[in-house]
Write a protein that binds this ligand. Structure first.
Ligand SMILES: Cc1cc2nc3c(=O)[nH]c(=O)nc-3n(C[C@H](O)[C@H](O)[C@H](O)COP(=O)(O)O)c2cc1C
Length: 343
């Protein structure tokens, strides 16, 4: 990413420069407002650091929108969005996110969500839930990655790993960012006690998964990414779990450093706040192999699997649209120098 640290001061300067285009009466009136403009630059109300301090979701959105593309039409062509992952081929790098407890009228929202992933040949993720939920999800045919909670009881984790492997999961993993409650205690999820895991424990889960790839979800630092690599993980999800920790850095801001440290040795996935193919492109140009979308798809579940699948297809078309405009022929050709940070 090309960093262009345009400060508030230069934004004020830019708006002052545009004063040259005004007639004299307009100029007098505009200049009389200039001191006020300097105190309140026009961007300020949208700036989440000011409006919503500590809101990681809001800042993640803001950061997404601060990244712009340069175009590269020459030698470009219609691209392929095929994703090769763990020996299988998918039509899109836009995956569902690991969700849980989804309700829809007359059915299990978790199953509808899986049906959607199957309908557009996307990788499907599933979070917390019962064994039966997982079996029903697998029965849809969706290639599913099961994310197991960091239960305090490792025997329960090993039991769930065994069940996920036997049920036919495509891969599995753990959301390590659910270990604590952010009030200084271990977390409790639906009455179930959680506990932080050591790198050695993660290694034991990787081993228990056998030939199935094991992925740690909730990584936001190079040091943790390296520990996951040491533990033998096949991938990580760079994620702040929808702003669990206040002031969490946007995943986009750490992708490049993490890719520099562990890229090529493990698969890098990203979630949090992705709502378009443009967002997906930005993550992938910075080094992600694929991205997940959760809350943006959730409301569509009420309209059925096709509605969710159609949205994933539309986002994939948006992604392909930016690929055409930037000379990217396939998912292996992204170039971070296309991205410019303008805010
Ligand atoms: C209703 C709901 C349930 C979730 N359940 C889980 C879960 O069980 N396991 C998990 O790893 N993440 C879970 N997440 C977090 C998502 O996987 C994802 O990290 C987060 O929502 C950010 O992505 P998004 O902005 O696209 O929603 C859940 C999120 C939501 C909204």
């Amino acid at each position: 990413m090309k960093k262009n640290p345009v400060s508030r001061r230069s934004f004020v300067k830019m708006s002052t420069a545009s004063l040259a285009a005004l007639s004299l009466p307009e100029l007098v009136s505009a200049q009389s407002e200039a001191p006020q403009q300097q105190q309140r630059p026009e961007r300020q109300p949208a700036d989440p650091i000011v409006a919503q301090p500590g809101n990681a979701d809001a800042f993640t959105r803001y950061f997404f929108d601060s990244l712009m593309f340069e175009s590269r039409y020459l030698d470009s062509d219609i691209p392929s969005t095929k994703l090769e992952l763990f020996g299988e081929t998918f039509d899109t790098p836009i995956m569902t996110a690991a969700l849980s407890h989804l309700r829809v009228p007359n059915g299990n929202g978790l199953v509808v969500y899986a049906q959607a992933a199957k309908a557009c040949n996307a990788v499907h993720w599933f979070g917390m839930g019962e064994d039966k939920d997982l079996e029903d999800i697998i029965a849809t045919g969706a290639r599913t990655i099961k994310v197991i909670k960091p239960h305090a009881d490792n025997a329960e984790i090993f039991r769930r790993i065994k069940h996920a492997v036997n049920a036919g999961c495509f891969a599995l993993g753990m959301d390590i960012d659910h270990s604590f409650d952010f009030k200084g205690n271990y977390d409790t999820v639906l009455g179930l006690p959680m506990k932080a895991k050591t790198t050695a424990e993660i290694r034991s889960f990787v081993k228990a998964a056998g030939s199935k790839p094991f992925i740690v979800k909730g990584v936001l630092s190079v040091s943790e990414a390296k520990k996951c690599l040491q533990a033998g993980c096949a991938g990580i999800v760079i994620s702040h779990h929808g702003g669990h920790l206040k002031y969490s850095i946007p995943p986009l801001m750490v992708i490049e450093d993490i890719v520099d440290a562990v890229g090529g040795k493990m698969r890098i996935f990203v979630d949090c706040g992705i709502t378009s193919g443009f967002d997906a492109y930005k993550c992938m140009a910075l080094g992600a192999d694929a991205v997940s979308v959760g809350r943006h798809l959730m409301p569509l579940l009420q309209n059925g699997a096709d509605a969710v699948a159609n949205r994933i297809k539309a986002m994939t078309a948006e992604l392909a649209g930016v690929m055409t405009a930037t000379g990217v022929h396939n998912l292996g050709e992204f170039d971070p120098s296309v991205i410019h940070r303008v805010l």
